[in-house]
Design a protein around this ligand. Structure first.
Ligand code: T4K
Length: 380
């Protein structure tokens, strides 16, 4: 069966607010003639997000990448930073834009996050911070990471781009570390078209973040740092506020798709679904499946192509591995021998479509194609 209008099934689709309500907000912004620079909608959105996520301070940004770059500047991070190669390129690019050397450490096979057991061996006198990523919203081993950071006097900035509304053992994972960075890009479970935020734990830090994202202005005539322009505008903020109306409902819809995939794919030879840790209240933002060619019969890339032929546009998040792209592959820590697990996972991972408006016939179609490929190859 093909999608009704023959359009492709994307890996993700934005959750949209009600159009007429967005038009109403636009009218209000239009009439106010206040379009950006900490306007009414911006202030309200910071407040709403802080309440919803139960975090102390939120600073909104025009996108997650500028938020990451600014988070590093906020804490004056320099020298070397330990990070994971298994992420979206923006994680390491944020170091590059600050003149910081990334030092890649391998990931855990089970959770796909930075392996804390391997961090200490990568620390040098130049190391100033750790930049882990909660990949697909799966929490890092924060206790162990914090213990190492405390022992060596390092800062911890979490790239929490995928971790909006994820709680572990009853509290938000945005409590971990010194700063947390969120992305509100259109493909995220909470989106402001483009957007992002830094979550901080005290008002002084929030103030510094807010100066840095506004050219370094502390007031009309005082410029305290060479800040950048990374402000979220009123249209984005108004759009974000409308998302709260459907957040919970959309999460439940994604959970249903997640559970259906997991139930149907759990016994398919060569398809491994990384489990979620106990005690997790998840946002169900991505559905990574690991395709093991030997048992599945065809490679991950062949499956990707076959699904594409059927207009199902899955994504290989995160391939290529950041450490293998030309900008970073010259680093010592980028060697294959240093990152065997990340390299293996990057060759196997395929993210299946997952979003609230994905229809059940579409889910069925994806499942049956994934199942049929293995049957065809082994003639079972
Ligand atoms: N850290 C991490 C760990 C991240 O994953 C990201 C971003 C960042 C930092 C940086 O945050 P931002 O600066 O982006 O706020 C997408 C997103 O652009 C990117 O935000 C995201 N991670 C990354 C994982 O995914 P692409 O290059 O895969 O996007 P694109 O345009 O190919 O879209 C993916 C699919 O979504 C397409 O198949 C079509 C569909 N789509 C996309 C857009 C933009 C829609 O249906 N509607 C849309 O408006 O990077």
């Amino acid at each position: 069966m093909i999608k009704k209008d023959n359009s492709p099934i994307y890996v993700t689709q934005p959750d949209m607010p009600v159009f007429d309500e967005f038009v109403e907000s636009l009218r209000e912004i239009w009439d106010s003639k206040f379009l950006t620079n900490n306007g009414k909608f911006h202030q309200e959105l910071e407040k709403r997000i802080a309440e919803y996520l139960k975090v102390p301070y939120v600073s909104l940004f025009s996108n997650g990448t500028l938020a990451l770059i600014t988070a590093l500047q906020t804490l004056r991070i320099q020298g070397e930073v330990i990070t994971t190669p298994f992420s979206f390129v923006a994680t390491t690019h944020s170091l590059h834009w600050n003149g910081i050397k990334p030092v890649f450490v391998d990931i855990e096979e089970e959770y796909l996050n930075l392996d804390p057991e391997k961090i200490e061996a990568a620390i040098t006198p130049q190391t100033t911070a750790i930049l882990p990523v909660h990949v697909y919203g799966r929490p890092c081993n924060h206790e162990k990471i914090q213990e190492i950071a405390d022992n060596y006097g390092l800062k911890v900035i979490y790239d929490a781009a995928h971790a909006f509304d994820v709680n572990h053992n009853g509290s938000t994972i945005l409590d971990y570390g010194d700063l947390n960075v969120l992305s509100f890009h259109a493909t995220k479970t909470f989106n402001t078209i483009e957007g992002g935020a830094i979550i901080s734990h005290d008002i002084k830090t929030k103030q510094r973040i807010d100066f840095l994202k506004n050219f370094g202005f502390a007031n009309e005539t005082t410029i305290v740092a060479p800040g950048i322009n990374a402000k979220m505008n009123e249209v984005q903020a108004a759009y974000g506020l409308l998302q709260f109306k459907s957040l919970e409902n959309n999460r439940l819809k994604r959970q249903k798709v997640w559970e259906k995939y997991s139930e149907e794919l759990k016994d398919v030879p060569g398809v491994k679904i990384p489990e979620l840790p106990d005690g997790l209240s998840h946002n169900y933002s991505y559905y990574p499946a690991l395709i093991e060619e030997q048992d599945y019969g065809i490679s991950r890339d062949k499956l990707y192509d076959k699904l594409k032929e059927e207009r199902i546009l899955t994504r290989r998040y995160f391939y290529p591995l950041i450490s293998n792209i030309p900008t970073y592959r010259g680093h010592n820590s980028s060697k294959l021998s240093n990152l065997p697990i990340a390299n293996k996972i990057a060759e196997q991972v395929l993210c299946l479509p997952l979003y609230a408006s994905l229809e059940s016939f579409e889910v069925e179609k994806i499942i049956s194609l994934v199942k049929n490929n293995v049957r065809e190859n082994f003639l079972i």
